[in-house]
Design a protein around this ligand. Structure first.
Ligand code: ADP
Ligand code: ADP
Ligand code: ZN
Length: 226
């Protein structure tokens, strides 16, 4: 099963993406995580991407398209994949379509998480990430048992550079201008299911599973639910 999870920064793509990937035994491929890792390592890719990310803008299409091309040929993608944070522009969506076509693959589901601006800002301001295992926390909504320490691995938690106030606003703006059209792109292919991102993590996950199940059932009958 090939799934895209999309939604504005802070909508819960990473949190829900992880649950979906575990449930369906497919890898979660997050371009944001791959880019941050490259920045940390000092890899050439990271050096190139860093300035764009720091400003809250998008990294050039060629770079992220190459990342995805390299990633999708890896063996763990044999049963499918979950893309988190890609595609973010129509050019990326077109490139993805070309890549998949060559392999005889298609996107099965696009899950679009919808949530209002004020809540996004609250979530991004309080987001904390484990520097060792990447687990996600929130200062108020999902705090670790011990302040600053990951429950899972004991690693220390950090705040992403781009989760500071000024950058948050520009990321939300970039999202509506550049990524909004991507949702239209997939909506016109009847692939999108929009889900409310409000509520607790488990409830949202069940909404997503319901949407995937619905679409799978219709697909088996040869119809189209959306
Ligand atoms: P969030 O999920 O909070 O929006 P991500 O981790 O997905 O953040 O992305 C962080 C940053 O990495 C983005 O602001 C952007 O600079 C860069 N980035 C991630 N994915 C892409 C992409 N598909 N295209 C261009 N830039 C990207
Ligand atoms: P994205 O990948 O879309 O940027 P994340 O999954 O990183 O979003 O979530 C952003 C922040 O909001 C994180 O701190 C996360 O712990 C928190 N969060 C995720 N889902 C919920 C939820 N349903 N309710 C409250 N906080 C949430
Ligand atoms: Zn950890």
């Amino acid at each position: 099963m090939n799934v895209i999870i999309t939604g504005p920064p802070g909508s819960g793509k990473g949190t829900q993406g992880k649950l979906i990937a575990e449930k369906y035994h497919i890898p979660q491929i997050s371009t944001g995580d791959i880019l941050r890792e490259a920045v940390r390592n000092g890899a050439a890719l990271g050096l190139e991407a860093k300035a764009y990310m720091g400003r809250g803008g998008l990294v050039p299409d060629e770079l992220v398209i190459r990342i995805i091309e390299d990633r999708l040929i890896q063996r763990d993608c044999g049963r499918g994949f979950l893309l988190d944070g890609f595609p973010r522009t129509v050019a990326q969506a077109n490139a993805l379509e070309r890549m998949l076509k060559k392999k005889g693959l298609v996107i099965d589901h696009v899950i679009n998480i919808e949530i209002e601006m004020e809540e996004l800002i609250r979530r991004l301001r309080g987001r904390r990430t484990c520097s060792r295992c990447g687990a996600m926390y929130h200062l108020f909504f999902n705090p670790p048992k011990k302040e600053g320490i990951c429950d899972i691995c004991g690693g220390s938690l950090y705040q992403r550079d781009d989760d500071k106030e000024e950058t948050i606003r520009s990321r939300l703006e970039v999202y509506s201008h550049q990524t909004g059209p991507v949702i239209q792109y997939y909506a016109s292919r009847r692939l999108v299911r929009s889900i409310s991102g409000v509520g607790n993590i488990d409830d949202i996950f069940h909404r997503i599973l319901g949407a995937i199940d619905d679409r799978e059932t219709y697909a088996k009958r040869g119809g189209n639910p959306s």
